[in-house]
Design a protein around this ligand. Structure first.
Ligand code: FAD
Length: 404
C-alpha cells in the first residue's frame, strides 16, 4: 500500500465520482490524491446510461468527445408490454443526447487524463476524524497508518465510510425488494437492433436493452429479489440461469440475448438506498470534509441519473473550491488552502447540489416503488405524485450544472 500522500486534498474512492472530482480539480490546476481500496481502478455493472446533462458535464471535464466515439447515440425508445395475449407497444422519446457507455471506458478515460500518481490503489479508508486542535481531518487506513489532509472528499459510494461522519448509515437501508442484473451481449457479426432503447415488461420483470456499439448490447433486468440471490450473486452462470427462469414468456430474441451474454460482465445487485429525505435534513459538511456521488445520494438505477449527478457534483465542487483557492481578481495566484476557505467552498457546493440531488433521488425512489409494489392503490398514488411533480420527462436531463 502506497500511503506516501502529500496532497492537501484527499479524495476517497476512485469510482465515477472520485475520478471526476480529481479530474475537475486537475482542470482547475488543483492537485489532489485519490485513495482507492481496490487493487486496480475498476468499474462494475457493465454500462451506464448517460443523458444530455451528463454529456454536458463530461464536456466540462474535456472528455465528452473522446467518449462519444465509444457509444452510439440512442434515437428513440419503445415500451413493450407482454402482459396481454398479444404484446402491446408504445413509443417513447429519449432526450437530446442519450448514450450508453461502457463503464470501463468511462473510468479509463477519466483515469488516463489524471497526472501520474494521482490514484493510490490498495488504500482503504476506515474512518475520518477532525483533529481537535488544527481542525483538519485525519484518515485512518486499514493498514493502521494515519494520514493528515487539509480537505477530504468522500466519494466512496453507497456504503461510504465517510458518510457515517454525517450520521448517515454506513450500510444504507434496503427500501426495495428489487434486484437488478446487468450485462453485455456481443454480436460478432453485428446486431439487428437499431439505435433504440427497448423496455419489455411482464408482471414484475422488466428487461431493458440498449446498443452500445453496432456489435455490443447492454441489457438490464429488474425483478423481485429472491431468497437465492444472496447465494448466487458471485456466480455468473447461476445468475444467468436464474434470470432466464424469471424471463419465461419473453420473446426468443430476448432469451437468446441472455443465453449469449458475456459471463465476465454479468452482475447482480440488491438495491441499497438511502431515503431521499435524508438529503434534505443533513448538512454534508463537517469541518473540511464533505461527500459526493453515491456517498451522498445513492440514487439507484430507476432514472439512470446517479452517475451523471456524481459528475455534476464533481464540477460544482471543483468550481467552488477553485473560486476560493485562486485570487478572485486575476485567477492565477494560488493561495494555500485554509480551513475557512474549504468550509465556505463546501457550504456553497452543498447548497448548490442539495435540491438537485433531492429531486433526482425522490424521482428515482418513486419510479422504483411503482415497480416494486403489487398494490394498485399505492401505484395509483405514486402515479398521481409523479404526474404532478415530474410531468416533464426531460426535466432532469435539461439541467446544466454550470461551467467548471
Ligand atoms: C443497477 C444500477 C444501475 C445504474 N444505472 C445507472 C445509469 O444507467 N446511469 C447513471 O447515471 N447511473 C446509474 N446508476 C447509478 C451509478 O452507478 C452511481 O450513481 C455511480 O456509480 C456512483 O459513483 P460513485 O463514484 O459515487 O460510487 P461508486 O461507483 O460506488 O465508487 C466508489 C468507489 O470507492 C471505493 N471505496 C469504497 N469504500 C472505500 C474506502 N473505505 N476506502 C477507499 N475506497 C473506497 C470503491 O472501491 C469504488 O471504487 C446505476 C446504479 C445501479 C445500482
Amino acid at each position: 500500500m502506497d500511503t506516501d500522500v502529500d496532497a492537501e486534498i484527499v479524495i476517497v474512492g476512485a469510482g465515477i465520482c472520485g475520478l471526476a472530482t480529481a479530474l475537475a480539480l486537475h482542470r482547475k490546476r488543483i492537485k489532489s490524491v485519490v485513495l482507492e481500496r481496490s487493487e486496480i481502478v475498476r468499474a462494475t455493472g457493465a454500462a451506464i446510461i448517460v443523458q444530455a446533462n451528463g454529456w454536458r458535464a463530461l464536456d466540462e471535464l474535456g472528455i465528452g468527445s473522446t467518449l462519444r466515439e465509444t457509444a452510439i447515440q440512442i434515437q428513440r425508445g419503445r415500451f413493450i408490454s407482454l402482459n396481454e395475449v398479444e404484446p402491446m407497444e408504445f413509443p417513447f422519446g429519449v432526450n437530446k443526447e442519450f448514450r450508453c457507455l461502457k463503464r470501463t471506458d468511462l473510468v479509463k478515460v477519466m483515469a488516463d487524463n489524471l497526472p501520474t500518481g494521482t490514484i493510490r490503489t490498495n488504500c482503504q479508508v476506515l474512518s475520518v476524524e477532525l483533529d481537535p486542535v488544527t481542525k483538519f481531518p485525519h484518515l485512518m487506513l486499514s493498514n493502521g497508518s494515519v494520514l493528515q489532509a487539509k480537505v477530504v472528499i468522500g466519494c466512496d459510494g453507497v456504503n461510504s465510510a465517510i458518510a457515517s461522519m454525517f450520521g448517515l448509515h454506513r450500510t444504507t437501508l434496503r427500501l426495495f425488494s428489487t434486484s437488478v442484473a446487468r450485462g453485455f451481449t456481443n454480436y460478432p457479426n453485428g446486431h439487428r437492433f437499431s439505435s433504440e432503447f427497448v423496455m419489455m415488461s411482464k408482471g414484475q420483470v422488466q428487461l431493458g436493452r440498449l446498443p452500445v456499439t453496432d456489435k455490443l448490447v447492454y441489457w438490464f433486468v429488474t425483478r423481485l429479489r429472491t431468497s437465492k440471490d444472496s447465494k448466487i450473486w458471485k456466480d455468473p452462470v447461476l445468475i444467468r440461469q436464474s434470470l432466464m427462469e424469471s424471463m419465461k414468456g419473453f420473446p426468443e430474441e430476448a432469451m437468446e440475448m441472455m443465453r449469449n451474454s458475456k459471463l465476465s460482465f454479468l452482475h447482480l445487485t440488491e438495491l441499497k438506498y438511502r431515503p431521499p429525505w435524508d438529503l434534505l435534513f443533513n448538512n454534508f459538511r463537517k469541518g473540511t470534509v464533505t461527500i459526493a456521488g453515491d456517498a451522498m445520494h445513492p440514487t439507484g438505477p430507476f432514472v439512470a441519473q446517479g452517475g451523471s449527478a456524481s459528475i455534476e457534483d464533481a464540477i460544482v465542487l471543483a468550481r467552488c473550491l477553485a473560486q476560493k483557492v485562486f485570487d478572485n481578481k486575476n485567477k492565477t495566484e494560488e493561495t494555500a488552502i485554509n480551513s475557512a476557505m474549504a468550509e465556505e467552498a463546501f457550504d456553497q457546493y452543498v447548497k448548490e447540489r442539495k435540491m438537485r440531488n433531492f429531486w433526482l433521488s425522490f424521482h428515482s425512489f418513486l419510479v422504483g416503488k411503482k415497480l416494486d409494489t403489487t398494490s394498485s392503490i399505492i401505484r395509483f398514488i405514486i402515479l398521481a405524485i409523479m404526474s404532478t411533480l415530474f410531468r416533464d420527462p426531460d426535466w432532469h436531463s435539461r439541467y446544466h450544472c454550470g461551467n467548471l
